[in-house]
Design a protein around this ligand. Structure first.
Ligand SMILES: [Mn+2]
Length: 351
């Protein structure tokens, strides 16, 4: 058994689309020939995967380039065609930037692709929890068990969204709602001028109805409110989309290492119902690992990194872009894609 895990490609956003497609082409090539790479002083044989796990935020539905979701479709065409062609099953775990796909979990049930392989979507994590006990057991590979989730579940900010979503029984995400509204062609094309019209109507209407010619009549107030409201919802989503990049830049726990995610109270030990030796997650764009020792034993957390941006040094530690995880019976490896066939080993866990 061997798995390849990737997360946080953010297709349609500021992503390393070209590199990711080259990577998929290389994965496809593993069917013909396995590849040996050096991890420290050990040689690791990378075989054709039995499964590819797409671990969330593969699509950028919150903050696409120029606020235009068409960019997501554009980036997906090549990517998903290539993915389909790879002779292994694909598991898509939903993240936060693609959480509006969550409902597909029940609609897509191991769809068969033209080459006979399967594609399935998991809303929260892979594998699914046990319905009765609520316990999530891992997937056995070799002598270790693995559990996969995107990782926004470890976030403080995301906890609020999850709480409300649970309460109302459907995915609640205000930014997603604004992005949906922005996808209306009229809004997408004209939100700036619409915003000016909205402001003119708001202030001009108020001034003429209440200051110049008071008291305002019922019908004129109604017409004014309706037209102003129309221009409000046809422009404010654009303003929000512009601002949200900046807001998220301040609040998102991006660039946190696995250690920071687990130790900075993001992860709640007491609430953990994951029974697996290794938890694989993404979300923070920082390929890294952390071993947590508790009275329940040791648990290894591995972050799969991302396919956005460039390699950057953060607090003396390298945050690599274009990373993936390879898992087989022998262990788990955090790897970095440098170009066709050129792969660096970041961390190796040999069991
Ligand atoms: Mn994420």
């Amino acid at each position: 058994m061997s798995y390849i895990v990737v997360s946080d490609v953010h297709l349609g956003g500021k992503c390393n689309h070209k590199e990711f497609c080259e990577f998929l082409d290389w994965v496809h090539g593993l069917e013909k020939q396995s590849k040996t790479i050096k991890c420290k002083d050990k040689e690791v044989l990378i075989k054709k995967p039995d499964k590819i796990i797409l671990l969330g935020d593969i699509l950028e539905l919150w903050d696409p380039r120029e606020g235009d979701r068409d960019c997501v479709i554009k980036d997906c065409m090549r990517t998903f065609t290539m993915l389909s062609g790879i002779a292994c099953d694909k598991i898509y775990v939903i993240g936060n930037h693609d959480d509006s796909l969550g409902e597909l979990d029940t609609k897509i049930d191991y769809e068969t692709l033209p080459n006979g392989t399967k594609f399935d979507i998991y809303n929260r994590h892979y594998p699914e929890k046990d319905q009765k006990t609520g316990i999530a057991s891992g997937l056995k590979v070799g002598n270790r068990s693995y559990f996969f989730l995107h990782g926004h579940q470890f976030d403080k900010e995301q906890a609020v969204l999850a709480y409300v979503s649970d309460l109302i029984g459907q995915s609640w995400n205000p930014l997603g709602w604004f992005q949906d509204l922005l996808s209306i062609t009229f809004t997408k094309k004209n939100w700036k001028i619409n915003f000016v019209i909205f402001l003119v109507l708001l202030l001009g209407g108020w001034y003429s109805l209440w200051v110049l010619f008071p008291p305002p009549g019922f019908l004129s107030t109604l017409v004014w409110a309706a037209v102003t409201g129309f221009f409000a919802i046809s422009s404010i989503p654009g303003v929000v989309a512009q601002a949200q990049g900046k807001i998220y830049g301040l609040t998102k726990p991006i660039d946190k290492t696995a250690e920071q995610v687990i130790e900075d109270e993001y992860y709640k030990k007491s609430k953990d119902k994951i029974e697996a030796d290794i938890v694989v997650f993404g979300h923070t764009h920082f390929a890294s690992s952390y071993e947590l020792e508790s009275n329940r034993g040791k648990k290894l957390f591995i972050n799969s990194g991302c396919w956005t941006g460039k390699d950057t040094e953060i607090d003396g530690k390298m945050r690599y872009a274009n990373t993936f995880i390879y898992i087989d019976e022998g262990g788990a490896y955090i790897l970095k894609w440098l170009g066709p066939g050129n792969i660096n080993c970041i961390e190796a866990f040999v069991f």
